[in-house]
Design a protein around this ligand. Structure first.
Ligand code: ADP
Length: 244
């Protein structure tokens, strides 16, 4: 974390895909501060640059220009090995399609970010984490033996196990029915309230974004609106306004 309680700081981020006449400017100068212990949602129409922004903030892609600091480190100029290390130590991921390793059990999947680094979670913390995501009796199951909601719980526990500075969640309820999706959103909110987790969540669903402390709207590669403490109705209405 930076001294001012901001985990991710992006300044004037531009990302151009391709060159010449066919070049696409996916981000055209985005600046964003992600405050510690808060849930920030990123919304916007398809093609507005949400995935591109998330990948750049998470160090999975580099901007064409601009600055991104994660936990105080400028990541746009890091060497690959250092970036991998920074991601491993500071960033957790939750994806729409869970991205669990099929041959590993739930427990092995959850432990994976630490086992890759040759580390083990504190046993008390691990038990608490597993119980908080409701997986205590599912640890020996493989992903194929779990429901979608259970697989996403495993993915959330995996994202939280290293107590990362920030978790990026990309449409975490996009592949779940609405009841299961609500349970997953509750879990994400719980990790913010009870563990002080910082989360950035990309979503196009107002019912998901309503759990956020702050909603940023992207349109055509720029942040065009920002809502704080908004209702689901306000979030949906703003989505319509910006043309989603
Ligand atoms: P969103 O996540 O909001 O749907 P994206 O970040 O995926 O938006 O895309 C933003 C813009 O950049 C779109 O016009 C998209 O077509 C373009 N784009 C995304 N990825 C690539 C790529 N790898 N190559 C070329 N254009 C891309």
């Amino acid at each position: 974390m930076n001294e001012n309680g901001t985990v991710v700081v992006a300044r004037d981020v531009m990302r151009r895909y391709g060159e010449g006449q066919t070049a696409v400017d996916a981000l055209r100068g985005v600046s964003v501060d992600v405050p510690q212990g808060r849930l920030t949602a990123v919304m916007g129409p398809s093609g507005s640059g949400k995935s591109t922004l998330m990948h750049i903030l998470a160090g999975l892609d580099k901007p064409t220009s601009g600055s991104v600091k994660v936990a105080g480190t400028e990541i746009t100029t890091l060497k690959d090995a250092d970036l991998t290390k920074l991601r491993r130590n500071n960033i957790g991921f939750v994806f729409q399609f869970f991205n669990l390793l099929p041959m590993l059990t739930a427990e092995e999947n959850i432990r994976l970010p630490l086992s890759i680094a040759g580390e083990k979670p504190d046993p008390a913390f691990f038990d608490e984490l597993v119980s908080s995501v409701g997986l205590s009796d599912r640890l020996s199951h493989r992903p194929s033996e779990l429901s979608g909601g259970q697989q996403q719980r495993v993915a959330i526990a995996r994202a939280l196990v290293s107590r990362p500075e920030v978790v990026f969640a990309d449409e975490p309820t996009g592949n779940l029915d609405s009841k299961t999706g609500s349970e997953i959103l509750e879990l994400l909110r719980h990790s913010v309230e009870d563990m002080g987790q910082t989360i950035v969540m990309v979503t196009h669903e107002a019912r998901a974004a309503v759990i956020a402390d702050r909603v940023l709207y992207l349109a055509d590669g720029l942040i065009v609106r920002e809502l704080t403490g908004a209702t689901q109705h306000e979030i949906g209405a703003t989505m319509e306004e910006i043309g989603a």
